[in-house]
Design a protein around this ligand. Structure first.
Ligand code: S3P
Length: 435
């Protein structure tokens, strides 16, 4: 199935809306709910293909899961040792989070299984999780070059390790910590810079002790998770497209309700504000151990900046949208320290640079980022999203300021993270038709 977006130029984004549930938190709610004692009720669950892939994986391992029904999911936990060997390889679809976190969580189960995925996922690096898991005693291997499928063999026990993450990756950190739930002794992970901490927060919400000191998180094996209700906030990574769209389109005034504003995810807010964006947070509150707020964004003239490298891991999924903001920001924007973008659902540096150049934007890809000279008019054109959901949605927002219509190819994967994007964007004021 392919999908094409045709987005007519101009317009503004207005009104109040709620984007779907947070993808990272939705994955973890299923995973921890499945291995908890008791019944976990999840609300606000993201009914996108990635989180559904995780749900199907646990169903294939014998976990009864009801829903999703309008974001409500009921997970009947089987306890840490209640999972059953799946009959087939587990298909993670497009979802790196499913594959990497499952590799960790399943490494100590005592049964064999294989984790595979779509063409994009089968090109993504898995040695980064295989290596620390092997050091813990896991029987894990990959295809040559560290590529999927990831195969796990039965082991009697894992043993705790200390792991210094070579890249700032929440997925690798989470894989090691989840394996640590099954390991003898203590497992600790130190990250070079803070990355999203949803695993640590949710483990604590399930009553599992996690010690955090600076950039190190520690768990001790053989503890128990106890079911707890999980309220999933709206995904700031999905809100990001609207934050950028409203910032660049004159006349915009948009409120995004109940967005997760965990400080390990708010790099997008900090970077846009440094560029001059008019963004304010309202009604700050806590939901299921995660900070949430309503975000109001109004059009404002943006200017180029040198993006501080420390903010990169805190906005890692938002760079496709940020590159569109930079194309609309007067002067030069420089992004460095973001080489990880090359191993996401697509090579997001190359694919975004190709797309921006197709519109006549002065964008130069570098090994670890991009230099964009923005604020000049750009045209419409045809963009190949390469099946990358975030590239497709970013260029949809670029149309708000384009000189002509933008046609975006290969958009079906928007459903991996943002089902209903096209409809919601139209409600907010984008002239988008999907075919
Ligand atoms: C995620 C971590 C990030 C992010 C991904 C979701 C997670 O990946 O890009 O969309 O849920 O832990 P890395 O940890 O590889 O940076």
């Amino acid at each position: 199935m392919t999908q094409t977006y045709l987005v007519r130029p101009g317009g503004a984004l207005t009104g109040t809306l709620r984007v779907p549930g947070d993808k990272s938190i939705s994955h973890r709610a299923i995973m921890l709910g499945a291995i908890a004692e008791g019944v976990t009720e999840v609300s606000g669950f993201l009914e996108g293909e990635d989180a559904l892939a995780t749900m199907n994986a646990f169903r294939a391992m014998g976990v009864t899961i009801e829903g999703p029904h309008q974001g409500r999911v009921t997970v009947h936990g089987v306890g840490k040792h209640g999972l059953k060997a799946p009959a087939q390889p587990i298909d993670c679809g497009n979802s790196g989070t499913s594959m990497r976190l499952l590799a960790g969580l399943l490494a100590g189960q005592g049964f064999s299984l294989s984790l595979t995925g779509d063409d994009s996922l089968r090109r993504r690096p898995m040695a980064r999780v295989a290596r620390p898991l092997q050091a813990m005693g896991a029987a894990v291997d990959t295809e040559p070059g560290g590529l999927p499928p990831v195969r796990l063999g039965p082991v009697k026990r894992l043993h705790g390790i200390h792991y210094d993450l070579p890249v700032a990756s929440a997925q690798v950190k989470s894989a090691v910590l989840l394996a640590g739930l099954y390991a003898d002794g203590e497992t600790s992970v130190t990250e070079p810079e803070p990355t999203r901490d949803h695993t640590e927060r949710m483990l604590a919400a399930f009553g599992y002790p996690v010690v955090r000191e600076g950039n190190t998180a520690r768990v001790t094996g053989q503890g128990v998770l106890r079911a707890t209700p999980i309220e999933v906030p709206a995904d700031i990574s999905s809100a990001a497209f609207f934050l950028v769209g409203a910032s660049i389109a004159p006349g915009s005034d948009l409120t995004l309700n109940a967005v997760g504003v965990n400080p390990t995810r708010t790099g997008i807010l900090d970077i846009l504000k440094l560029m001059g964006a008019d963004i304010t947070l309202h009604n700050p509150r806590l939901a299921g151990g995660e900070p949430v707020a309503d975000i109001r964004v109004r059009h404002a003239p943006l200017h180029g900046i040198v993006v501080p490298e420390a903010l990169v891991p805190l906005a890692i999924d938002e760079f496709p949208a940020l590159f569109v903001a930079a194309a609309n920001a007067a002067g030069q924007t420089v992004v460095t320290g973001a080489a990880e973008l090359r191993v996401k659902e697509s090579d997001r540096i190359q694919v975004m640079a190709d797309g921006l150049q197709a519109l006549g934007v002065d964008a130069t890809p570098t090994p670890d980022g991009m230099i964009i000279n923005g604020g000049r008019p750009y045209t419409g054109g045809t963009i190949d999203s390469r099946g990358d959901h975030r590239i497709a949605m970013s260029f949809a927002m670029a149309a708000l300021r384009a000189g002509g219509p933008i046609t975006i190819l290969d958009c079906a994967n928007v459903a991996t993270s943002f089902p209903g994007f096209a409809e919601l964007a139209v409600t907010a004021g984008l002239s988008l038709s999907a075919s």
